[in-house]
Design a protein around this ligand. Structure first.
Ligand code: HEC
Length: 374
């Protein structure tokens, strides 16, 4: 067969990939001292023993490179990604990487000067460097913040905020990590970013009224220390086949299960059919405890006055002895709060069946203005 024709046929057979090339999805896993980072909670303790919360962890990546087993690097120049950890923007996909084995990954946090001081208006609407996408562009100094870490801390008896912004060409960071990556097929690489380490190594950061902001001015020692810490705060968590469970999660949220979660044994009588539970959110002991706490948590309602259990009282078969239930503002609804039972086996919810899944159902009472009104 003519070589050109053969290549065309190969291309037709392999429409998604260049022959012999693979995709690598990179997923950042935010952590604090090893455990999954919970945003907005003061439960995190720094190496210096201070209690802090994290409300923002955003950064820009550029110039990603992979090292082949023979020591040569392949690099994607003019490549950028934005990670917004709190909003779940934690992954990107590198396409058409030549198949083979790789042993290191390297990337910048931040941008080379030519890009950093280039025209920010040049980037299309969905580009990571479009200021509307990343919210990391400083209009007044016409450059980007490379990394923003913000939160609160317990300052004696009061709470204070902290805001660490690493910017200016001086603070360009380079991260290089060993990895065992077989890219003869598509893979997912998980990289942990441990916010706890940003306060710990190599420079221990103590929060005080004078050290709770950094804007990377010249001679900003704190910014230099944080930069070193950020470079050391990444680590490879694992590599797995891709797509792993993508078929199951299509169209739904991708849910991260803590590696040390306790599997939950859901038992029911054997004359019951097997319920159709969501496969992308396996039951865990911790998840069940969390769900039951949320059910009784009044903070889910406006004014912290009602929990789910107010209208679905466990002592009354999760119902309420009123014809119509009363919401947080004293408004009377138009329907009776139904008893909640055997929900795992239902496929339509509410009196009129308007929700097809519990996931669809559960936000409605929280947002309903005459119920929990949030
Ligand atoms: C103000 C009272 C009120 C509160 C608070 C409330 N609900 Fe309800 N719930 C109702 C009413 C009324 C209905 C029936 C509504 C309808 O059919 O439109 C209902 C229906 C449901 C259903 C459907 C059950 C079925 O068999 O179809 C579920 C599940 C449910 N609620 C769970 C919750 C959860 C979880 C919360 C807390 C996040 C909650 N509810 C908070 C009043 C309330």
């Amino acid at each position: 067969m003519y070589p050109a024709l053969k290549r065309t046929l190969l291309a037709l057979l392999l429409p998604a990939n260049i022959a012999g090339a693979s995709d690598l999805r990179v997923d950042f896993v935010p952590r604090f001292n090893g455990v999954p980072l919970v945003f907005d909670s003061l439960a995190n303790q720094t190496a210096g023993g201070q209690k802090i919360s994290v409300t923002r962890l955003d950064f820009l990546l550029s110039d990603v490179a992979l090292r082949r087993a023979d020591g040569t690097w392949i690099e994607q120049k003019n490549w950028f990604a934005f990670i917004g950890a709190r909003d779940g923007k934690t992954n990107f996909t590198l396409e058409n990487i030549p198949g083979g084995n790789y042993d290191r990954i390297r990337f910048h946090i931040g941008l080379e000067p030519a890009i950093n001081h280039g025209d920010a208006a040049q980037w299309p609407a969905d580009h990571p460097l479009n200021p509307e996408v990343d919210h990391l562009y400083w209009g007044w100094s016409k450059e980007y913040v490379f990394l923003a870490l913000e939160g609160g801390w317990q300052n004696g008896t009061r709470q204070s905020g902290f805001s660490y912004h690493l910017a200016t060409d001086r603070q360009l960071m380079t991260v290089e990590l060993p990895v065992a990556l077989d890219l003869n097929s598509d893979r997912e690489l998980q990289i942990a970013l441990d916010a706890g380490k940003i306060f710990a190594t190599p420079n221990q950061i103590e929060l005080s009224d004078s050290s709770d902001t950094s804007h990377s001015r010249t001679n900003d020692l704190l910014a230099g220390q944080i930069r070193q810490n950020v470079e050391a705060a990444f680590g490879v968590d694992g590599v797995r086949d891709f797509p792993p469970i993508a078929e199951l999660t299509r169209g739904t949220n991708y849910i991260e299960i803590a590696p040390n979660a306790t599997p939950y044994r859901f038992t029911f009588a054997d004359y019951f059919p097997r319920p159709d539970l969501p496969l992308d959110n396996p039951l865990t002991g911790e998840g069940v405890v969390l769900g039951s706490r949320l059910f009784f948590d009044r903070r889910l309602s406006a004014g912290n006055s009602e929990s789910c259990a107010t209208c679905h009282n466990p002592r009354l078969a999760f119902s309420q002895p009123r014809r119509f239930s009363r919401g947080v503002d004293g408004d009377i609804g138009t329907r009776n709060a139904m008893a909640l039972e055997n929900l795992a086996w239902k496929d339509s919810f509410f009196w009129d069946g308007r929700a097809a899944t519990l996931r669809e159902q559960v936000l409605q009472p929280i947002q309903n203005p005459i119920e929990m009104h949030e």
